[in-house]
Design a binder for this molecule. Structure first.
Ligand code: SRM
Ligand code: SF4
Length: 567
């Protein structure tokens, strides 16, 4: 039996309701119908199965071990200690006893079974959080710079993330009816949604706000990026970048990662109108036939940047001003203690792939629970899957430090941790249905082996940016890694090299479909040359380009964008 298209499912869903209520109540299966599996994404959840158990269950003729991933909507990624404790309780009661910080600055729970899905959603709501639009063909979680040093600017960026997220939520009340048992109103299922209509967007849409000189949100990897322009210490507005995205499919040249084009400058008071116009252009011109080709980046390349910008300006009813000068230093996080403008202190902690669990020798879930019990500021999660214990009064530092040490939390000071703290890996196996190879579970092993090579070449303290993804969808933004592994098959990866550390240049395929020994063998001589020939302060990716070892990738328009960004 052939399934309806996602476009048809959306249009016929009565405002994203489908048969979710009935499906959730059906005790016979742990699964939802095909259609409801597509719709539940808009409510912030994915149906998955434990892939470690898949073969065994098939042998036993059992249905797969169905479970749900839930993603919280948290624009800007800020949580109170009380919320932290509630999220921790949800992770231990309903999920797999872990909290997972994502590359889009929020939390995911894994392993929730269908019969507890509603209770979990209600518990999230009780923590004054929701999961609306965390997934689906709508505007997703909005990222904001998490550098708390410039406290006031950060607060403004964060407020903008909140505002943008709220402004572009779908108008349907389905979420409240299905998960929170709110009453159905006369127009339930017929709510007008002037922006999204009944078919929503052709594909997901992502927004990020960066505050230079830090590009910790990888602003150019987003459909829409705002780069804060600060004049006389005040937010004068934003440079606007459109058309970024990472996802690609192996062997399909029509799909490729792309960096956003900077198209101009907008004043703060016009930001929402401009965003509405941009989303509407993608809604109307995006590809609704081929989902793999439906992101805004392809809409731009199909129709041409000039045409798209003209459409945006017409719909917004104003023209953008010329972009203002900006420059980024790097796209990483900072670790250890730093003092903010407001004399409060912030402790940056590195977490392996953002996974917070209790492991032998690293009881991080418990440790952070203990910190949450005494912490008076907030927790900020970063788009690099790390955590900042933010807003600590000077006289509280000692207590937090003691807890961080007791629970083996990594403040980045340990020698030999430079590679790890500049690394990211996506979730991949066992929960991700699309994973072709390991990522999160492989990262500690791989960094240990690569560290040994770095040590051999005297590069242990070099901040090389490593990213691993279990497939080409690029959830760890691997195409922005100086070294990246992109999964092809179990134990096999494409080795990509040569991005910069500012999120302004994509890397290039260096070796295809190789296993660990070949990856390390390919890197060994390059690291030797880097150690011997690099200029002062030169990054590994920059060195690979200067020495002609890699060239810019040949994706459509990339060369032009990369040169514009470097200029
Ligand atoms: Fe992603 C799909 C995990 C950030 C591009 N992503 C998925 C799914 C839901 C798999 C699926 O569709 O069945 C993964 C769930 C795995 C699991 O078990 O949890 C998944 N993506 C993640 C997270 C958790 C990775 C992580 O390790 O942190 C990130 C959650 C972000 C969030 O909180 O919202 C995550 N995904 C990203 C990013 C990075 C970013 O946005 O900065 C990208 C690349 C940027 C982009 O969108 O272009 C990304 N994810 C994708 C794609 C490819 C989209 C495309 O344009 O082709 C897919 C596949 C799809 O949508 O069909 C995907
Ligand atoms: Fe899954 Fe691929 Fe995303 Fe990794 S990059 S989480 S394997 S979809």
């Amino acid at each position: 039996m052939s399934h309806p298209s996602v476009e048809d499912i959306k249009v016929n869903s009565r405002g994203l309701r489908g048969t979710l209520l009935e499906g959730l109540a059906d005790p016979v299966t742990g699964s939802l119908s095909f259609e409801d599996q597509r719709l539940v994404k808009f409510h912030g959840s994915y149906q998955q199965d434990d892939r470690d158990l898949r073969d065994e269950r098939r042998r036993q003729k059992l249905e797969p071990a169905h479970q749900f991933m839930i993603r919280v909507r948290a624009p800007g990624g800020v949580f109170t200690p009380a919320q932290w404790l509630q999220l921790d309780a949800i992770a231990t009661t309903y999920a797999n006893r872990s909290l997972r910080i994502t590359t889009r600055q929020t939390f995911q729970f894994h392993g929730v079974v269908k019969r507890e899905l509603k209770a979990t959603m209600q518990a999230i709501n009780a923590a004054l959080l929701d999961t609306i639009s965390a997934c689906g063909d709508v505007n997703r979680n909005v990222l904001a710079a998490s550098n708390p040093l410039q406290s006031r600017l950060h607060a403004e960026a964060h407020a903008w993330a909140q505002r943008l997220s709220e402004a572009f939520l779908p108008k349907t009340r389905a979420y409240y009816e299905i998960w929170l048992d709110q009453e159905k109103l006369a127009d339930s299922g017929e709510e007008e949604d002037a922006l999204y209509g009944k078919a929503y967007l052709p594909r997901k849409f992502k927004i990020a706000i960066a505050v230079p000189p830090y590009n910790d949100v990888d602003v150019f990897a987003n459909d829409l990026g705002f780069i804060a322009v600060v004049e006389n210490g005040r937010l004068a507005g934003f440079n606007v970048a459109i058309g970024g995205g990472m996802g690609a499919s192996h062997g399909d040249a029509k799909t490729y990662p792309r960096l956003g084009n900077v198209i101009g400058f907008v004043e703060p008071e016009r930001t929402i109108e401009l965003t509405a116009a941009i989303i509407a252009v993608q809604r109307d011109y995006g590809d609704r036939v081929e989902r793999k080709h439906a992101r805004f980046k392809y809409t731009i390349d199909e129709h041409g940047l000039d045409f798209i910008v003209a459409q945006i300006q017409t719909r917004a009813g104003f023209s953008l001003s010329p972009a203002r000068a900006f420059s980024f230093d790097h796209n990483g996080d900072r670790y250890g203690w730093v003092e903010g403008e407001d004399s409060r202190w912030h402790l940056g902690l590195h977490l392996f792939s953002g996974r917070i669990a209790d492991r032998d020798g690293a009881p991080h879930l418990t440790g952070l629970r203990e910190i949450a019990k005494i912490h008076q500021g907030e927790f900020r999660v970063t788009a690099n899957q790390n955590l900042i214990i933010a807003g600590v009064p000077a006289d509280q530092r000692g207590r937090i430090d003691a807890l961080a040490r007791e629970y083996a939390l990594d403040d980045g000071s340990a020698r030999g941790s430079t590679l790890q703290r500049n690394a990211m890996a996506c979730v991949a196996l066992p929960t991700c249905a699309l994973a072709m190879a390991e990522a999160e579970r492989y990262l500690p092993d791989f960094t240990a082996k690569l560290n040994a090579l770095l040590e051999k070449h005297g590069l242990l303290d070099s901040p090389i940016l490593l990213r691993i993804s279990g497939c080409p969808n690029g959830c760890s933004r691997p195409y922005l890694g100086e070294i990246a592994l992109v999964g092809k098959a179990p134990g096999r990866y494409n080795l990509m090299l040569g991005a910069d550390h500012r999120g302004q240049r994509l890397n290039t395929l260096y070796r295809e479909n190789i296993a660990e020994a070949d990856i390390l063998a390919a890197l060994d001589p390059l690291l030797a040359r880097y150690a011997a020939e690099r200029n002062d302060g030169e990054g590994f990716g920059d060195f690979l380009h200067r020495s002609g070892i890699v060239a810019l990738p040949a994706y459509p328009t990339h060369k032009r964008i990369a040169l514009e960004l470097q200029a």
